[in-house]
Ligand binder design. Sequence first.
Ligand code: NAD
Ligand code: UDP
Length: 313
Amino acid sequence: MKTRILVTGGAGFLGSHLCEKLLSFDYEVICLDNFFTGDKQNVLHLRKNPYFEVLRHDIASPIELEVDKIYNLACPASPVHYQFDPVKTTKTSVLGAINVLDLAHRLKIPVLQASTSEIYGDPQVHPQPESYFGNVNTLGPRACYDEGKRCAETLFFDYKRQYDLDIKVIRIFNTYGPRMHPNDGRVVSNFIVKALQGEDIEIYGDGSQTRSFCYVDDLIDGMIKMMNSSSDVTGPINIGNPSEFTISQLAQKVIELTSTKSKLIFKELPEDDPLKRKPDITLAKSVLDWKPTIELDEGLRKTISYFEKLLTK
Ligand code: NAD
Ligand code: UDP
């Protein structure tokens, strides 16, 4: 019998790539999603595989399924979307974590949490190692996501301590690629869509804030390596590309690669927007033998080509 894997948030950007990769490894996959930011189109091409199922369900409610492993990705990830209904975002992270953990506990199976670099908030340590506790404003507009994800990590480690559950926690840094929603609101898709449409590219703040961008294929490889690691590997482990760029540099790259006539305009920096972010991936390299292989220019070319096709459909 095939190993059956539950992917929550499976119709989203990362989730759809994960489902696709797992099916290519001959697993059976159940994609659970409430389609808040996900899209059936993202997994439509997988529907012909009889070992792929889609389940409409909200992770904030308990789940009764028989599976062998769980990847928990259900949660809006773009600031625009997670701030749309902040109470719901916290419920999704916290109740969602409890529900997948209870299921994993009942079935005695491994469960992986898609945590985030937002755990580090606006970091005062640079680059960020997993040992850094972070600098999050509990009261700000990003807190529904940041604190929700922090509490989810706490729950994962308490289920480990209390029930000896096989948990895996990865902290994902900014990841981009095909199947980001054109209205996702995150910087890479925003810049590419505006460039391809010849509209103004909006830089929030002065563009000197930094991010480190990981191409989706690299991220999915790291996520699967983490799930398949031995049970003494719990994490948290940072998964991201340590090549750091200012947001202005990213805009320049997108302009060059699309040959757009779009102009840059500057808007106010959102509250609590982290000024810098770069993963220390020493642990991922040593424990998982993982490092990213796709540099920003190559990843941007692939992503631009995806959006070119999407926008001319
Ligand atoms: P996404 O918004 O494309 O995907 C999230 C998916 O979860 C969507 O399909 C959405 O419909 C679904 N979802 C949301 N709330 C749900 C609920 N209550 N019940 C069931 N499904 C629900 O975002 P993504 O970039 O694919 O992110 C996936 C996961 O990875 C998230 O947990 C996110 O926090 C984490 N992450 C992503 C990044 C990144 O750069 N992409 C960085 C850090 C962490
Ligand atoms: N950003 C921007 N223009 C946009 C979207 C985002 O300048 O159209 C900035 C944003 O203020 C932040 C960075 O780009 O400093 C990354 O934003 P994103 O929402 O992609 O991710 P996060 O802030 O969660 O890392």
